[in-house]
Design a protein around this ligand. Structure first.
Ligand code: UGA
Length: 444
């Protein structure tokens, strides 16, 4: 099939490359010429495991190309919208500028029978608002939310755990899914043929449900993380160990252990802004009280960053002024170079604000971090970064730190023997046995 993907960021670039890898002819379109130049050369403009290989193969095969020219969308039968929906500068709501601009730019190139598939995370009701403009061209709008995790984006795109397609609410509710909407759902089945063939759940629903599935999923994940972090706060005043607590409750299949990792909390370009946008949308709908808890989820999350900073201060005897602190990690999570709303960088910046001499290291995110926070010192090599440190702080659980950095090895490099484990990623007993003072999050 011929597909266009509008927006070539973390979502769109991966989607375009993944769709080419399963046999489609794909054009990726973005307004950023730098991104397009890099992608056209077959070079990933950001770090994402397996993306580079897919891009190289896709561009070489001739099935994958990139351009800034929207006219290249004409002739594609499905047009995916994968542009960003960041938090508004002066509020909690999502900024839909890019979605609207993408749709407006695409309109002249739509033909009757085309499908526009929205993938961006949008406030419920957005599809219904966009639809009249799109339908006026004879094209059909579906909402096809994306659930990929950064770091696993390629795998999640090619082999997702579910596919959701929202079609026009009117026809869906009237059960008349024999017309354009049934056709649109079938076309999407064809797009995702390998996943459909292996029996991946394929849920056809209305626009509003599809939009809500996405934000509800992220709200649930954020709530799960903040729940365990709230337990960490209680553990901290009772001497309990939140990691054992999580293991124990996680054995209950109804609860499950995943996303019960207590630490400095969630960040990134999705969870934080999605829960805020959801709150804002609920307010607009007169149902703010239904999701008031999301404010608390947000507040718990932000408190954990402060807690990590406090632990470092306490560990260094009550003040960090001119103390050398090495921060292991800058990305909001491992296997990503994304620093959007990164708790790791937030901790680094706050410590620096208290007068500490901060060295940040990260296997992938240093360039991005330096652009945003040039005031911090960055050292690429892990061992060089921790040499002479009074304390080391684990904030992004890359294998290089969590698995490969042993307390014995660290002892040969640092001047102090203090670790603050912001991700509860290390074996506390092993560090203590090697003579370190170990502080975890919600652990004695
Ligand atoms: C999240 C969702 O997991 C995806 O399903 C969704 O598609 C995506 O947002 C999106 O909306 O695009 P992502 O932001 O890539 O994916 O990252 P997650 O793996 O969800 O991690 C988010 C944050 O939570 C990270 O900062 C991570 O360190 C933190 N986290 C995760 C915890 O603090 N504890 C945990 O137990 C798990």
């Amino acid at each position: 099939m011929r597909l266009s993907v509008i927006g070539c960021g973390y979502l769109g670039a991966v989607h375009a490359a993944a769709m080419a890898s399963i046999g489609h002819e794909v054009v990726g379109i973005d307004v950023d010429p730098r991104k397009i130049e890099s992608l056209s050369r077959g070079e990933a403009p950001f770090f994402e495991p397996d993306l580079q290989e897919l891009l190289t193969a896709g561009v070489a095969s001739g099935r994958l190309r990139f351009t800034t020219d929207m006219a290249a969308a004409s002739g594609s039968s499905v047009h995916f919208i994968g542009v960003g929906t960041p938090q508004q500068k002066d509020g909690y709501a999502a900024d839909l500028t890019y979605v609207n601009a993408a749709v407006d730019a695409l309109l002249p190139y739509l033909r009757p029978g085309d499908i526009v598939a929205g993938k961006s995370t949008v406030p419920v009701g957005t599809a219904a608002e966009l639809a009249p403009r799109i339908e006026a061209t004879g094209a059909t709008l579906v909402w096809n939310p994306e659930f990929l995790r950064e770091g696993w984006a390629v795998q999640d795109t090619i082999d997702p755990d579910r596919l959701v397609v929202g079609v026009s609410s009117r026809s869906f509710l009237a059960r008349s899914t024999t017309g354009d909407e049934a056709h649109a759902a079938d076309i999407l089945r064809e797009v995702y043929h390998p996943a459909v063939a292996k029996g991946t759940p394929f849920i056809v629903t209305d626009w509003a449900t599809a939009e809500l599935v996405k934000v509800a999923a992220n709200a649930f994940l954020a709530t799960k993380i903040s729940f365990i972090n709230a337990m960490a706060e209680i553990a901290e005043v009772t001497g309990a160990d939140v990691t054992q607590l999580a293991d124990a409750i996680g054995h209950d299949a109804r609860i499950g252990r995943r996303f019960l990792g207590a630490g400095i909390g969630f960040g990134g370009g999705c969870l934080p802004k999605d829960i805020r946008a959801f709150s804002a949308r609920a307010e607009e709908l007169g149902r703010g009280e239904s999701v008031t808890f999301l404010r608390e989820v947000d507040a718990i999350n932000l408190r954990r960053r402060e807690r990590a900073v406090q632990l470092v201060v306490d560990a260094l005897g009550g003040q960090v002024f001119e103390k050398k602190v090495t921060v292991l990690g800058a990305a909001f999570k491992p296997y990503s170079d994304d620093i959007r709303d990164s708790p790791a960088l937030d901790v680094a910046v706050r410590l620096r604000g208290l007068g500490a001499s901060i060295t940040v290291t990260d296997p992938a995110a240093i360039d991005n971090a330096r652009r945003l926070h040039p005031q911090l010192d960055y050292v690429e090599d892990r061992d060089e970064a921790i040499r002479g440190a009074d304390a080391i702080v684990l904030v992004t659980e890359w294998d290089e730190y969590r698995r490969e950095l042993t307390p014995e090895h660290a002892s040969t490099l640092t001047s102090g023997r203090v670790v603050v484990d912001g991700r509860n990623g290390w074996d506390a007993a092993a560090w203590r046995a090697a003579g370190w003072t170990y502080y975890g999050m919600g652990r004695p």
